[in-house]
Design a protein around this ligand. Structure first.
Ligand SMILES: Cc1cc2nc3c(=O)[nH]c(=O)nc-3n(C[C@H](O)[C@H](O)[C@H](O)COP(=O)(O)OP(=O)(O)OC[C@H]3O[C@@H](n4cnc5c(N)ncnc54)[C@H](O)[C@@H]3O)c2cc1C
Length: 452
């Protein structure tokens, strides 16, 4: 059987960045497995610019950005197997994969990094009434057709959902000669980045109708028209507000979900909010030695942040392997992540297992904060500085992000605008935690900025 110190699943910007940083931290036995025939992940189809501003201080297209990492992987001679699909991961880190050359085979890993990215929410899950004619595509499928296969999905387009891929495809289809009539968004705010609303809709006079949804699709063989209507605060269509658009194409851009089947099969605890694994400050899941980063962990707004996070995961996986090699007990051996402590933080400090769990502090998302990653922090073994990434659950203006240790406010930072489409972050210093005796919880909350 094959064996590697580190197996990385997925060769998108997260998987490649994790491989480079694990290599640079001294790990030489690394295998990156990618189901596609080429490395780079979803960025191969994102031919617009806007990537790399944070990582490389340059504005790159998706393929250019991916190529930077592909080159770094090649320069280090890191082994990659493309065209290979991972079918299963067991909790003892046995990876089952298959490809057309080797058939089904198994690899024993000492550590694994999950970097499988995300997928789009399907139409089936969205319950749109009407027939199921041709002409309905997810925005990502349309992006692949236009940018990689040179095919136009249609010419008169309605888009449901204002996630970033939908916004980017509104511009792309317009540039390719299509008429994008409207973008309808169920929520009272956009799911995408502000910069994409300005550059992809406003600059092309494409209307964005918030609090609207599709109520009817006409056409039996091919979409002929789509009717949208305004919705009330419970998401119910308001009679009399219907608008009918003749079109041949409906693009769906209704959110992304972490690709979590393999995470589930490996037995890691998943967060009901992010739908990705629950992780500690080392980005290690509830299964010791299995780490996660990028969109498989939580959906990122920028690929740059996915790469930065994955570089951390690569370093932590390397530390884990070095500790195994040195015969040292790893931190995860001493105190496994308690899934229930993330979901129900009160349970973390209670009970007879207190001594095993006392080093793990839950990070609570409250008062408008939808989730944080990581969800757990180990003050004794965390890095000197930790980036806590989070998203809010609604749009907030002129409010503050407050950080609490137990019930004590530690800091408060004013923000002019916070929106669900934009990822936020806050830094935690190890020294701050060390200075706080009896720390039981870390909490983030959105509060009035006047209460400071
Ligand atoms: C359709 C689409 C369009 C997007 N457009 C943009 C954009 O324009 N700008 C932007 O900033 N972000 C965009 N994103 C978000 C983008 O995914 C992230 O910014 C970034 O690519 C995340 O990197 P990643 O490595 O986590 O995931 P990915 O780039 O998705 O890479 C994951 C890789 O894992 C592989 N994989 C998955 N399962 C397996 C398996 N079982 N076995 C082997 N390999 C596997 C996949 O083939 C893929 O190559 C888009 C996402 C989607 C889905």
């Amino acid at each position: 059987m094959l064996s590697y110190d580190l197996v990385i699943i997925g060769a998108g910007p997260a998987g490649l960045s994790a491989a480079v940083s694990a290599y640079d931290a001294g790990i030489r036995s690394i295998l990156v497995i990618e189901r596609d025939d080429r490395l780079g992940g979803i960025l191969n189809q994102c031919i617009h610019n806007g990537f790399g501003l944070h990582m490389f201080k340059e504005e790159l297209t998706g393929p250019e950005y991916a190529q930077r990492f592909i080159d770094q992987v090649a320069k280090r001679g890191i082994e990659c197997r493309q065209g290979t699909m991972v079918m299963d991961i067991s909790s003892d880190k046995l990876v089952t994969a298959m490809n057309s050359r080797d058939g089904m085979f198994q690899i024993q890993a000492r550590a694994i990094i999950l970097a499988m990215g995300c997928r789009e929410r399907s139409r089936g899950a969205l319950n749109i009434p009407g027939y199921r004619p041709a002409g309905i595509f997810s925005a990502g499928t349309a992006q692949r057709l236009v940018n990689m296969e040179g095919q136009m999905p249609g010419h008169k387009v309605v888009i449901l959902g204002s996630g970033d891929i939908g916004l980017i495809m509104a511009r792309r289809m317009t540039l390719e000669g299509a008429k994008v009539q409207v973008v309808a968004e169920l929520m009272p705010y956009s799911g995408g980045l502000k910069r994409n609303i300005v550059q992809c809709l406003n600059d092309f006079d494409i209307p964005l109708k918030l609090s609207h949804t599709v109520v009817d699709i006409e056409g039996k063989d091919r979409v002929q028209a789509v009717t949208i209507a305004q919705v009330d605060e419970k998401g119910r269509p308001i009679p009399g507000t219907e608008e009918r658009y003749e079109c041949d194409t409906l693009l769906l851009s209704c959110g992304l979900i972490p690709e979590n089947e393999l995470s589930r099969s490996s037995g890691v605890t998943l967060s009901p909010v992010t739908r990705g694994p629950v992780v500690n400050d080392a980005l290690e899941t509830s299964v010791p030695g299995i780490f996660a980063a990028g969109n498989v962990l939580h959906v990122h707004d920028l690929a740059d942040y996915a790469s930065q996070e994955a570089a951390d995961a690569g370093r932590h996986a390397a530390e884990y392997i070095h500790a195994l090699n040195a015969g040292k007990q790893t931190v995860s051996d001493r105190a496994e992540i308690s899934a229930s402590s993330a979901v129900n933080p009160k349970s973390s400090s209670a009970g007879s297992e207190e001594s095993a769990l006392q080093e793990i502090i839950p990070v609570l998302a409250t008062d408008g904060v939808r989730y944080t990653v990581p969800q757990l922090v180990r003050p004794a073994s965390m890095a000197e500085s930790l980036t806590l990434r989070f998203r809010v659950g609604a749009e907030f203006r002129d409010m503050a992000v407050a950080l609490y240790f137990n019930d004590q406010k530690i800091s408060s930072r004013k923000k002019r605008v916070m929106a669900p489409g934009e990822m936020e972050e806050i830094k935690l210093k190890k020294s701050q935690l060390a200075d706080f005796p009896n720390l039981k919880s870390i909490r983030l909350a959105i509060e009035s900025s006047r209460s400071e």
